[in-house]
Design a protein around this ligand. Structure first.
Ligand SMILES: [Zn+2]
Ligand SMILES: [Zn+2]
Length: 175
């Protein structure tokens, strides 16, 4: 969904409120598509500060499905996004890039709400998501999900680094 900014430019200090339903079923983050499993309309307040400078404030609540970093089980991950930024529409796309102002969500005089949300998702994207803190992951030999089943694979001596980690954990338990 796109919002035309032209009617804001009519007057300095002109302000508009919007409630925009999200249409995207997925968002592409780092080249990967993630499913949106719950969403609410995006609340936006746009203010023309004058001379084609726009302040964007607002919020968006949505839940994304992110695979567990260890076992790949999809995990419902809620996001509460807050927007508070300013864009100068006098600048060309190249000039904005030079200023490292991320405004890929503006094309011409239009604000792309989905792209604005995607940008903020990238900022808040967790480094990793786990289905539970003590997720056992998947067996590196047979691929079994070790939270659900055990397997008979001999994984000792598989990787010296893994073995070192194992040692640390067993020492931990003894204490
Ligand atoms: Zn997991
Ligand atoms: Zn196995």
């Amino acid at each position: 969904m796109k919002i035309s900014l032209t009617k804001l430019f009519v007057q300095d200090g002109k302000s508009e409120k919007y409630e925009i339903p999200l249409t995207s079923e997925t968002f592409s983050i780092g080249g990967q598509d993630y499913r949106v499993i719950e969403k609410h309309p995006v609340i936006l307040g746009l203010t023309h500060e004058g001379n084609r400078v726009i302040t964007i404030t607002g919020s968006a609540d949505l839940t994304m499905e992110i695979p567990c970093a260890r076992c790949l089980t999809p995990v419902a991950t809620p996001f509460q996004l807050e927007f508070d930024l300013q864009i100068d529409l006098n600048l060309s796309e190249e000039e904005r890039e030079e200023k490292e102002e991320d405004s890929s969500f503006v094309e011409g005089d239009e604000l792309d709400v989905e792209e604005l949300v995607r940008n903020e998702l990238i900022v808040q994207w967790p480094i990793r998501v786990l289905c539970k803190d003590d997720c056992k992951g998947i067996c590196s030999r047979c691929g079994a999900n070790l939270n659900i089943q055990t397997c008979d694979c001999d994984t000792t001596g598989l990787d010296p680094r893994m073995a070192a980690i194992k040692d640390i954990f067993s020492k931990f338990k003894e204490v």
